[in-house]
Design a protein around this ligand. Structure first.
Ligand SMILES: [Fe+2]
Ligand SMILES: [Fe+2]
Length: 310
């Protein structure tokens, strides 16, 4: 099975700045298309998202997706959005949340054994190296996974399948390209005629922002950022919301409004973020947290209130 991400060559205008991204067509879990040699390893020499080969974690990952595909239903996601949309659990700063995340391990990822704060800072620093002037993008890298606090007992201790892993649209047919698709056969929505057609409860061109995604850390952090009135540009908020969504590009295009399709092409930015930084930056390279902390604290102060409701 291959999940394709289109050739990306992006120019995005954000807050009067032009940011250019370049990437090539990439295939996950399948053969790269002709003309592009998919790197087997990231820039640190480690392989990534290797669902196909034997690894200690392969079984854990497959079991994870089995549970996710059976339990992520329309009703479940609606309940989660209502419950966590209240943001009535705790008040804390962004940095406090980074530290809180340190004990979390993500079962959906066959490559990642490091504490989460390492992944956050590796992602942010990799972006910073390539785009030194785009401070909003550095901060996006730092905070993109903070929603994983949902795994912690103080946040309801949700199971892994309700927090991490790839996300997919809910309330319409499960796309064939979704990893481990066979397990959807046991999802109650699979045989429900309200939810199992191409557009399900939606309609062509209804707008991606109106499509419910499987519940997880992306949507939760999106809610937190939005409701706490971040001043990050809309591209950053989009990346946070969709960074785990491995899109079927044709389907997403048919769902998007003309405005969403045009504009600042945030969807492509989110793909680029996933491919180049979220996946590639996972490495054993250690980051000196104390050294980079003052820089990130200054960005947090620039784009967020001191305390946020979670
Ligand atoms: Fe993530
Ligand atoms: Fe991540």
């Amino acid at each position: 099975m291959a999940i394709l991400i289109d050739h990306l060559e992006l120019e995005v205008e954000v807050q009067d700045k032009k940011v250019s991204f370049e990437s090539d067509e990439v295939a996950f879990g399948g053969k790269p298309n002709a003309g592009f040699a998919m790197p087997e390893n990231n820039s640190f020499g480690h392989s990534f998202r290797d669902y196909g080969t034997e690894s200690e974690r392969k079984k854990t990952v497959e079991e994870f997706y089995r549970l996710s595909h059976i339990n992520q239903t329309y009703d479940f996601v609606k309940r989660m959005m209502e419950e966590y949309g209240k943001l009535n659990r705790v008040e804390m700063s962004i940095w406090e949340c980074c530290e809180l995340l340190n004990d979390v391990v993500d079962d959906s990822d066959p490559d990642l054994d490091e504490p989460q704060i390492e992944h956050l800072l590796q992602t942010a620093e990799a972006i910073r190296k390539d785009y030194p002037d785009e401070d909003w993008l550095h901060l996006t890298g730092l905070i993109h996974d903070l929603g994983k606090v949902l795994l912690l007992p103080s946040f309801g201790g949700l199971p892994q399948w309700a927090v991490v892993g790839d996300t997919f649209p809910i309330g319409c047919a499960f796309d064939d390209s979704i990893v481990h698709h066979k397990y959807f056969a046991d999802n109650p929505d699979y045989n429900n005629p309200a939810y199992n057609t191409k557009y399900g409860v939606y309609s062509e061109g209804c707008g991606l922002e109106n499509v419910m995604m499987s519940w997880g850390h992306d949507d939760y952090m999106y809610l937190v950022a939005k409701e706490n009135k971040t001043t990050l540009p809309s591209a950053a908020v989009f990346i946070i919301r969709y960074h785990s969504f491995y899109r079927n590009i044709a389907y997403v295009r048919s769902i998007q409004t003309p405005d969403e399709r045009g504009g600042c092409r945030e969807s492509e930015m989110a793909s680029h973020f996933q491919v180049k930084y979220d996946l590639y930056s996972k490495s054993k390279v250690r980051i000196d947290v104390e050294k980079v902390k003052p820089y990130y604290l200054s960005l947090i102060e620039k784009y967020f209130p001191f305390k946020l409701r979670w």
